[in-house]
Structure formats: structure tokens, C-alpha cells
Design a protein around this ligand. Structure first.
Ligand SMILES: Cc1cc2nc3c(=O)[nH]c(=O)nc-3n(C[C@H](O)[C@H](O)[C@H](O)COP(=O)(O)OP(=O)(O)OC[C@H]3O[C@@H](n4cnc5c(N)ncnc54)[C@H](O)[C@@H]3O)c2cc1C
Length: 302
């Protein structure tokens, strides 16, 4: 154990840091080497202590949601991974006003708001990440996206403490938000949803769930769509037309159900996925003159 890790055991004892945690256990791809230290702060005070510790020890840190948009390299992550727990996983729904912590599962929030007769978040029922991860990525599906439902977002950093950003200041675009260019932790959101019949919101969720289950390989470990949508094309059909459906490198396979997904068919390494990504990019470029850019975040020691 390194000197800083011994210090962390003492300084952050209440938060119970864990060391050398395999990222394959913290990602939906089930891929990735060890993370030096994982901490799960339960409120702003604990989050503040973690960020202060990282600053004092000059440690790199990152927020981990549910790891559903991450490909973590095989050597793992040097530094600290922060997963929001406790208070950050709760929500309050009061007379149509929704306040949710960034560590909450987005799909649970979609179901709860629909159950309270609120419409707007149904599109998110099958997105397997946290509220914070969805804001960071401006996650979207079926003509909906986070930008369309956010009233404001709260973030935290060691310099400014807590700050609320109103919707126009979130700089959201296709899978983009202001937080991708800052080192802030998204801590909470306020949503702007519309009253509706509970039954109609729940029916929409049931319909979108069926649609997703029939088209996506949800039974296999993956990180969802690997590439951003290039203007004028759909990624799945492009890769399929290139003849790559089912193409496999090591344990990484172009899904036979949806060619826009790479799935881990067993024991895939990050290296397998990276090689497959490069192979797809080269082939699609050669055949269709289209540049495919990863949407998933590729992180960790090279
Ligand atoms: C089966 C499947 C289906 C999917 N379908 C969709 C879809 O329909 N639409 C879509 O947009 N995406 C989809 N995804 C991708 C993924 O679920 C989304 O991008 C999701 O929003 C990521 O959330 P997360 O909590 O898992 O974030 P992670 O993957 O853990 O992290 C993603 C990025 O967000 C940052 N981050 C996370 N939380 C915070 C925070 N609180 N503060 C600051 N930064 C933070 C991380 O540092 C990282 O850079 C799918 C994935 C899978 C596996």
C-alpha cells in the first residue's frame, strides 16, 4: 500500500475507502483493471473531504456513475474513483417539482416520476446509468434527452463549493454538457416535467422497454452504442452493411442483434475492444467514407 493510501485510510476512515477495486466490477462492460481507491461519499460534507484529500495529496480523481458508458483500460485507473451514495441516491417529488440526487439510478427516477403522473422522463427508462452520468453525457433516446427536462443542475467543486446552473448555462448538445470541460461533480438536478395521466406515462415506459428489449443486446455486457451518430447516417446499419455483424476479436464482438453495440462475449479485455473499435473505424471509413467517433469514454492508464 502506498503512503497516500495509508493516509487515506485515516483521513477518510468514515467513508471507508476501498483499494485496488477491479473496474470490471464497476462497469456494465465488465472490463477494466484495478482502480487505486474507490470512495463513496454519502453527502456534500463527505464529498468535500474527499476532494480536499485529493487536492492535498495531488491525486487525480474522477466521478464514476454506474460505469455504463465507460471502457476502462486493462491497467486500470491511477487515482481516486468517486461514486455518489447515501443522500445523493434519493429524490423528492413534491407537487410536480422533482429534485433528485446525482447518484440515483436514472431508470428508477423515470419510473417514479411516471408513477406520480409526470411526463417527460419516460425516454430514460432504459438508460442504465445514474442521473449525474446522464447529465454529464446529455443522455438521450427515442426523441428525448436530458437537456429537454432539466430546469437546473447543482455541481460541487473544492474551490466554489455548491453552484446551481440554470438550463441555458448547461451548454448541452448532442451527448455534450458543460461538465465535460470542467472538474466539477454533478450532485443534484431539478427537473421540469409536465402533469399527465399516470397510466399514460407508465404505458409509454412499457412500450419503450419492449422496443429496446427487441432491438438491443441487453442480456450481454456492453456500454451501449459505441459510436456517436455521424450526420446523415445510423451507426448500426453502417456497420452491418460493412459486413461486420458478429465480427469478433478475442472476447469482444460486434453484437449480432444491434451492430452499433460491442458486447463482451466472455473474458473480453479492453485491448480486444479497442482493437475491434479501430477495425470497425477503418473498415467503415474505407467502404463509406464515414468517420466513426467513439461515444463511450475510454479511460485508464495506457
Ligand atoms: C445497454 C445500454 C444502453 C444504453 N442506452 C443509452 C441510450 O439510449 N442513450 C444514451 O444516451 N446512453 C445510453 N447508454 C450509455 C450510458 O448508459 C449513458 O451514457 C449514461 O448516461 C452513463 O451514466 P453512468 O452513470 O453510467 O456514467 P458513467 O459511465 O459511470 O460515466 C460517464 C461519464 O460521466 C461522468 N460522470 C458520471 N457521473 C458524474 C457526476 N455525478 N458528476 C460529474 N461527472 C460524472 C464520468 O466521469 C464519465 O466521464 C447505454 C448503455 C448501455 C450499457
Amino acid at each position: 500500500m502506498e503512503a497516500w493510501q495509508k493516509k487515506a485510510e485515516l483521513a477518510l476512515s468514515e467513508i471507508r475507502p476501498q483499494f485496488q477495486v477491479l473496474m470490471s466490477e464497476l462497469t456494465t462492460f465488465k472490463i477494466g483493471g484495478p482502480l487505486d481507491m474507490l470512495v463513496e461519499p454519502r453527502d456534500i460534507k463527505e464529498l468535500g473531504s474527499v476532494l480536499q484529500f485529493c487536492r492535498d495529496e495531488k491525486l487525480a480523481w474522477m466521478v464514476l456513475g454506474l460505469g455504463s458508458n465507460l471502457l476502462v483500460r486493462d491497467k486500470g485507473i491511477r487515482g481516486v474513483g468517486i461514486r455518489l451514495a447515501g443522500e445523493f441516491e434519493s429524490c423528492e417529488i413534491n407537487e410536480g417539482r422533482v429534485y433528485a440526487g446525482a447518484g440515483m439510478k436514472l431508470a428508477d427516477l423515470a419510473k417514479q416520476t411516471a408513477g406520480q403522473g409526470l411526463s417527460g422522463l419516460e425516454f430514460a427508462c432504459g438508460i442504465p446509468g445514474t442521473v449525474g452520468g446522464a447529465v454529464y453525457m446529455n443522455a438521450g433516446a427515442y426523441d428525448g434527452e436530458m437537456a429537454g427536462v432539466l430546469e437546473k443542475v447543482q455541481s460541487f467543486d473544492a474551490d466554489q463549493g455548491s453552484v446551481w446552473y440554470d438550463q441555458p448555462d448547461l451548454n448541452m448538445g448532442y451527448r455534450l454538457s458543460r461538465f465535460q470541460k470542467s472538474s466539477q461533480v454533478i450532485t443534484a438536478v431539478c427537473l421540469d416535467l409536465k402533469p399527465t395521466e399516470k397510466e399514460s406515462a407508465e404505458a409509454k415506459i412499457a412500450q419503450l422497454t419492449c422496443q429496446r428489449e427487441s432491438k438491443q443486446p441487453l442480456e450481454m455486457p456492453s456500454a451501449g452504442s459505441v459510436f456517436r451518430r455521424p450526420a446523415g447516417y445510423y451507426v448500426g446499419p453502417l456497420i452491418e452493411q460493412a459486413g461486420l455483424k458478429g465480427f469478433t476479436i478475442g472476447g469482444a464482438q460486434v453484437s449480432t442483434k444491434h451492430a452499433g453495440f460491442i458486447v463482451n462475449v466472455g473474458g473480453a479485455t479492453s485491448q480486444d475492444v479497442l482493437e475491434l473499435i479501430r477495425y470497425i473505424q477503418k473498415d467503415v471509413k474505407q467502404k463509406f467514407e464515414v468517420e466513426l467517433i467513439p461515444e463511450i469514454k475510454i479511460i485508464g492508464e495506457e
